[in-house]
Design a protein around this ligand. Structure first.
Ligand code: HEM
Length: 130
């Protein structure tokens, strides 16, 4: 599923940038704007990735569930991010950090599964030699 594979890699790269921006923000090197803009770009990329996998033929159930979970986690992450920004509450900031770890883990897993599927396509996609 080519579009899904490419989109997953792009999402992973933007996520890497977002984690770096989060760290820079936490330690006061930057103001929140760049982190917020990249957060929304990431959210729309994750939606596009999810749509690509939900409409792929044949359906790949594991990737479908994983991409839906990433979109839900990102929505939660954005809500937690704005709650942190508005309240300065360290407990919410900690939850924001834990959710980032979950998003990171899910994205890495998805990229590896998608790459593996690219190397070993389902039987229905393997061209017949006979
Ligand atoms: C778009 C809305 C977002 C807002 C308003 C937001 C806001 C914030 C704020 C205010 C901090 C600093 C917390 C502190 O200094 O105590 C922070 C840190 C961080 N953010 Fe976000 N964020 C957003 C989206 C995201 C997304 C989508 C991710 C990753 C998937 C992310 C990952 C991180 C990480 C890893 C940190 C550093 C650890 C931490 O302090 O939690 N953020 N964010």
């Amino acid at each position: 599923m080519k579009a899904g594979l490419v989109l997953f890699r792009v999402t992973g790269a933007v996520l890497g940038l977002q984690l770096v921006l989060g760290g820079l923000l936490t330690f006061g090197f930057i103001s929140p704007e760049a982190h917020i803009v990249v957060g929304f770009i990431l959210f729309f990329l994750a939606i596009a990735t999810m749509v690509a996998w939900l409409t792929s033929k044949p359906p790949f159930r594991l990737m479908q569930r994983l991409t839906v979970a990433i979109v839900v986690l990102l929505l939660l992450q954005i809500i937690l991010g704005f709650a942190t920004l508005n309240s300065g509450n360290q407990a919410i900031a900690f939850l924001h950090f834990m959710t980032a770890l979950a998003i990171f883990g899910a994205t890495i897993s998805g990229t590896l599964i998608a790459m593996r599927q690219g190397n070993h396509p389902p039987r229905s996609e393997v061209p017949s030699t006979t």
